[in-house]
Design a protein around this ligand. Sequence first.
Ligand SMILES: *Cc1c(COP(=O)(O)O)cnc(C)c1O
Length: 423
Amino acid sequence: MRTEPGVDDLLSLFPPGTHTDDDGTLVVGGCRLDDVADEFGTPAIVVDEYALRRRAREYLNAFRSRWLRSDVAFASKSFPCTAIQRVMVEEGLHLDVAGGGEIVTAIKAGADPDRLLLHGNAKTDEELELAIEHGLGLVVIDNFDDIDRLERLLPRGSRQRCLVRVIPGVEAATHASQATGHARSKFGLLPDAAREAIARVEHSPLLHLEGVHTHVGSQLLDVDQLAAAVAPIAALGTFETYDLGGGLGARYTYDEHPPRVDDYADAMIAQARALLPADSRLIVEPGRSLVARNACTLYRVTTVKRGVLTHVAVDGGMGDNLEVSLTGQRFEATLVARVGGGETVTVVGRHCESGDQLVDGVALRDPAVGDLLAVPVTGAYCYTMANQYNGARRVPVVLARDGAARLVVRRDTWQDLVSRDVD
Ligand SMILES: *Cc1c(COP(=O)(O)O)cnc(C)c1O
């Protein structure tokens, strides 16, 4: 049986600094969430900009203070909009981009192309052409066809810097959809094939082998599993750069206790000291653990229906949060005006799927139609998977900073929903 969390437990899931106003209303980034809802409507993703900046700095310091030549590359796919990528760039992070679309947003965000790193297990000619055209710093070779394509597309006389992605052979304790490092993975090459790819890249006049890359999975809560990424790439030889991937978990619920960034860095760097050349460059690619906690999603309650269960339905759902149905991730929730527990309810969305639940069993205090509901820890993989199912208008993103709220991605309009229908 879970013990009922208190108000402080709930606040601890929101961005650091989140508090309640004198009348009990939730305040994120200095902004009352009822004011944010009045101004920008619901559903909406609200990001605490300063909290996000502090987290980016915490990451960079954690690694730089332990390993001289280290870089943190934000895994853009976890929250790939211009404003978020720009924050990361301004804080000194590199960006990891998965495919052409994220190159476009990163360039619009003002990123130095030399500090972009392109991933993808199925890169197309078009995407590689975009990478070449913008002069991306690093392309991560996932398969032999990437090498063929690059050799065909690169202009004579150029030299594209590359990493070769290696399957680490680590069975990560996470949801199957989030484990990428096991031997059956579609991402990267098994060690023998990786050696062959490394040799090909080394002999190519158009490519420069800068190093190797690996990634174990996502939402990992055990530093030893994350640190297990180092040995498989160390075994491939001596290189200029070792990219250790991302994957550190975020805290979604009261009973989860993910490692702190410092503990994560300790574990990674201990392995690096033992196994990698001291003058090599390390890259880590956090996504989720950078952004998840620093945003929440605001909804309006549309109906409260009492039956076998009490269903509290809101004006969003799987159109703005696919994590619940895709990975089974549990979230918490609270009413914005009355933080903390009361009656146990099931929070459901507006979509035509029974699986469209936001929280299965959460205590809300006197939920009623018109109330605002906030779901914390929605900074990662929510905006990015927003969709138009059931004619949903995709969610806007609002940055809250020092009491001022600024719209950085607008909501879809009704017109947007038909704008691609050419006939
Ligand atoms: C998804 C991904 C990341 C980021 O993972 P998080 O769990 O969000 O930290 C980093 N590197 C690669 C190659 C990825 O695919």
